[in-house]
Design a protein around this ligand. Structure first.
Ligand code: MG
Length: 333
């Protein structure tokens, strides 16, 4: 018996009857030989961690554009916090931690530079949403266009991670909820750090249910998911905590995500991404070879390929390209 087979057997003995077993995976896009050490989802997690798109997350905005402080979240630290929440929940519920972690590390790979401003811009000039793009990255963009050849369960979790999505595995559902729990709490923490809000601005009814600090609220939400989902074929929260969490999310939308102080630079970012898109569509020859090669596939429109390229840019690379195309040499600082 190989080490992988031993690990798979251990999953069958130990995990919840509702967990997704590595041995029962629906498989990869293209069949390939199994690893002798790692079960499939562990291997997928490693593939995502080693890919270039993952490393670029460190220079992509979470909410606050080009933050000046060192302690604001980036898309990378958001991803790691999502992964931590999701693994805590999955471990407690005896679900497949490797699957949850693989989905977590991959879920935002398709996020644009400048957070939702970038997404809005690409959606205006082309149809774009970051969850679909994350799937495109792992299937069609990474590894010079060959993709990472991940399992069906990981791809399903990545595609369906947004609020309206409906993942087919409990691990995917854990991830979807953990993403929301993570961003509500850390975006609030960053908003307080940035002086946009104070703890006391959060309505007392919400704090009465969830707690009086980011730490307390995170703890309440994670506990609530675990207690209410234990030995159940679904992932859910109590009505009381879920309602308070939705109210906190609405409060965040009104006071942080749409706050002019936080979002003052957003219109400039939208404009910049739109300009870059139009410029590249007219000057396809400026794209790297991999993207030019992808154009020979009749399924890929030139707009789609330009979207792939721009969505993959870090904030700083997008600014650099914008300066290169639109700012005369002598005016660059
Ligand atoms: Mg996310």
């Amino acid at each position: 018996m190989t080490i992988r087979e031993q690990l798979e057997a251990r999953e069958e003995e130990y995990l919840s009857p509702y967990a997704t077993l590595s041995r029962r995976s629906r498989g990869r896009e293209r069949e390939e030989a199994q690893c002798d050490i790692r079960p499939v989802f562990q291997r997928d997690r490693d593939r995502i961690l080693h890919c270039k798109s993952f490393r670029r997350l460190k220079q992509k905005t979470q909410v606050f554009l080009l933050p000046k402080g060192d302690h604001y979240r980036t898309r990378l630290t958001h991803t790691l916090e999502v992964s931590q929440n999701a693994r805590t929940i999955a471990k407690a519920l005896r679900l497949n931690e490797d699957l949850v972690e693989a989905i977590a590390l991959g879920h935002d790979l398709g996020h644009t530079p400048f957070g939702h401003a970038g997404e809005k811009a690409l959606n205006r000039v082309y149809h774009f949403s970051h969850n679909v793009q994350s799937l495109r990255v792992v299937e069609r963009v990474e590894k010079q266009g060959r993709g990472l050849n991940l399992t069906w369960e990981v791809r399903d979790g990545i595609l369906n991670h947004k609020t309206a999505g409906n993942p087919h595995t409990l691990e995917g559902k854990v991830l979807r909820l953990s993403d929301k729990i993570a961003y509500i709490n850390h975006d609030m923490d960053d908003a307080i750090r940035g002086g946009i809000l104070t703890e006391e601005d959060i309505p007392a009814e919400i704090r009465g249910v969830l707690g009086n600090s980011c730490k307390e609220r995170l703890n309440t939400m994670v506990h609530d998911v675990i207690i209410n989902s234990m030995d159940q074929p679904e992932i859910r929260m109590s009505e009381r905590v879920e309602k308070a969490m939705q109210e906190l999310r609405r409060f965040m939308f009104d006071n942080v995500y749409l706050n002019p102080k936080a979002k003052g630079e957003e219109d400039k970012a939208v404009h910049m991404i739109e300009q870059l898109f139009e410029y590249y569509v007219k000057h396809l020859e400026l794209l790297p070879q991999q993207y030019l090669d992808a154009m020979s596939d009749p399924d890929n429109s030139r707009e789609q390929i330009v979207c792939d390229y721009i969505a993959g840019m870090t904030d700083s690379y997008a600014v650099k390209k914008f300066e290169e195309f639109f700012v005369p040499e002598s005016w660059k600082i």
